[in-house]
Design a binder for this molecule. Structure first.
Ligand SMILES: Cc1cc2nc3c(=O)[nH]c(=O)nc-3n(C[C@H](O)[C@H](O)[C@H](O)COP(=O)(O)O)c2cc1C
Length: 186
């Protein structure tokens, strides 16, 4: 079975991202078509990128990088759960992505964004980043609005169509994650 990581990209105390990522995780798990894990970047205590060599060389010297590398390396596909901060993804998520290179290559990814504009601008920026990392990002994406998917802009209460949009995104992530397997074996 495909190994799928739901990557929780916000680290802020009181973050809404945790409820969102758990909801995505539960939907993915209930499908039974992937081995799914919730990966919280907060648990990895990554500082601002502090590796002397470019990540594409894979010459990591710090234990925190080696631990993060081992974790990400184990997956075939990813769902990035990202808030929108100043029209982009969180700095913490971008930093965590920048730490690695080969571990992301030839894998598939989907996005769940949230914010006042459904996190769409954050996801657009992440799609550019995926190109450099040789990640196949799928078309279907989940856009959660602070106005309609959170009560009083705070308590997560996804609208009725949102579960369907998660499943549409996961269908594509699983298909592409599987299709790229031969490239990952080289
Ligand atoms: C530093 C910062 C910048 C933000 N900028 C935007 C923005 O540009 N667009 C938007 O839709 N929401 C913006 N927001 C609102 C966040 O999307 C919203 O607070 C969301 O809950 C943040 O995710 P988190 O709770 O998981 O940290 C911003 C929030 C913060 C903290």
């Amino acid at each position: 079975m495909l190994k799928l990581a739901i990557i929780l990209g916000s680290t802020r105390p009181g973050r809404k991202g945790e409820a969102v990522a758990r909801w995505v995780y539960d939907i993915a798990k209930s499908r039974g078509d992937s081995e799914v894990e919730l990966v919280d970047i907060k648990d990895f205590d990554l500082p601002l990128l502090d590796e002397p060599a470019p990540p594409s060389m894979g010459q990591y010297i710090h234990p925190h990088t080696k631990r993060w590398s081992e974790k990400i390396d184990a997956f075939d596909a990813f769902v990035f759960v990202t808030p929108e901060y100043n029209r982009g993804p969180s700095g913490a998520l971008k930093n965590a992505i920048d730490f690695l290179y080969r571990e992301w290559n030839n894998k598939a990814a989907g996005f769940v964004g949230y914010g006042s504009a459904g996190g769409t601008r954050a996801v657009e920026q992440l799609r550019l980043v995926m190109g450099e990392l040789q990640v196949a990002d799928v078309r279907a994406q989940v856009m959660l609005s602070l106005f309609t998917d959170f009560e009083n802009f705070s308590v997560f209460a996804p609208g009725p169509r949102q579960e369907k949009s998660v499943n549409a995104m996961l269908d594509q992530v699983n298909a592409w994650g599987g299709a790229l397997k031969p490239l990952r074996m080289k």
